[in-house]
Design a protein around this ligand. Structure first.
Ligand code: SF4
Ligand code: SF4
Ligand code: SF4
Length: 188
C-alpha cells in the first residue's frame, strides 16, 4: 500500500505560505506561535498543498470530529478536540486540487505519522496511568512491565499506530504528540 502523505508535519509555519500573506500575518497577530504543523490526511506534500489550498475552510467545516483548524496561515490537524476517523470528508469537500484523491480512492495510507510519548508521561514518572492505551483502538500502545514492581510504561508500536490522535486528548500530562514517522518510528 502506498502512502499519500510522506510525513508532512514539520515547521512550515515558520515561513509565509505563498498566496496567504494576510492569514500568516493574522496568525502572528493573534498569537498563533510558529511550530510543527500536521496537514490533513491524504493532503499533497506541503509546498503543493500550500499552492493549491485557498484557505477556504470547507474541509474544516466538513470534519465531523473537529480536528481540522485554520491557523498560522494553513489548514492543520489539532487533536485537542478529537481524533481523525479517516472518514475522508475533508478530501471530498475540498474544491481545489489540494488532496491526493486518487491515492485515497486506491486505498493509500492517509499519512505516515506516528504518536510519540515524551518524558512527561506520568507512568514514566512512576504514577499509574494507562489512559492512552485504553483510548487506542489500534492496540498500538503497549505497557511494558518494569523490574521491582515499578509502574509499567507505555511504548508506541509504530507498526500499528495509524496516527489517529485518539491518545492525545486523553493524556492528562499532554505527553503525546503525533509526528512524521521518519522522525521517530517508535517512541523511546
Ligand atoms: S478524514 Fe475525516 S476525521 Fe480525519 S481530518 Fe478528514 S474530515 Fe476530519
Ligand atoms: S495517557 Fe499520557 S501520562 Fe498516561 S500513560 Fe499514556 S502517555 Fe503516559
Ligand atoms: S495515534 Fe491512534 S493508533 Fe496511534 S497510538 Fe495514538 S490512539 Fe493509537
Amino acid at each position: 500500500m502506498r502512502s499519500a502523505n510522506h510525513g508532512r508535519a514539520g515547521h512550515r509555519s515558520a515561513r509565509v505560505p505563498s498566496g496567504a500573506p494576510d492569514l500568516a500575518r493574522r496568525a502572528l497577530l493573534v498569537g498563533d506561535a510558529p511550530g510543527p504543523v500536521l496537514l490533513p490526511p491524504w493532503s499533497l506534500a506541503p509546498d503543493a498543498f500550500d499552492r493549491a489550498c485557498t484557505r477556504c475552510g470547507k474541509c474544516v467545516e466538513a470534519c465531523p470530529t473537529h480536528v481540522l483548524k485554520l491557523a498560522a496561515g494553513t489548514v492543520q490537524v489539532d487533536f485537542a478536540d478529537g481524533e481523525c476517523t479517516f472518514c475522508g470528508e475533508c478530501v471530498a469537500s475540498c474544491p481545489e486540487p489540494a488532496f491526493d484523491v486518487a491515492a485515497r480512492a486506491a486505498g493509500a495510507r492517509p499519512w505516515t505519522v506516528v504518536a510519540r510519548i515524551d518524558a512527561t508521561c506520568l507512568a514514566r514518572l512512576g504514577v499509574e496511568c494507562q489512559s492512552c492505551g485504553d483510548a487506542c483502538e489500534a492496540h498500538a500502545i503497549r505497557f511494558r512491565p518494569r523490574p521491582n514492581g515499578a509502574v509499567p510504561e507505555p511504548r508506541v508500536d509504530g507498526g500499528h499506530c495509524t496516527g489517529c490522535g485518539a491518545c492525545v486528548r486523553v493524556c492528562p500530562a499532554s505527553a503525546i504528540d503525533v509526528r512524521p514517522r521518519h522522525v521517530d518510528p517508535v517512541s523511546a
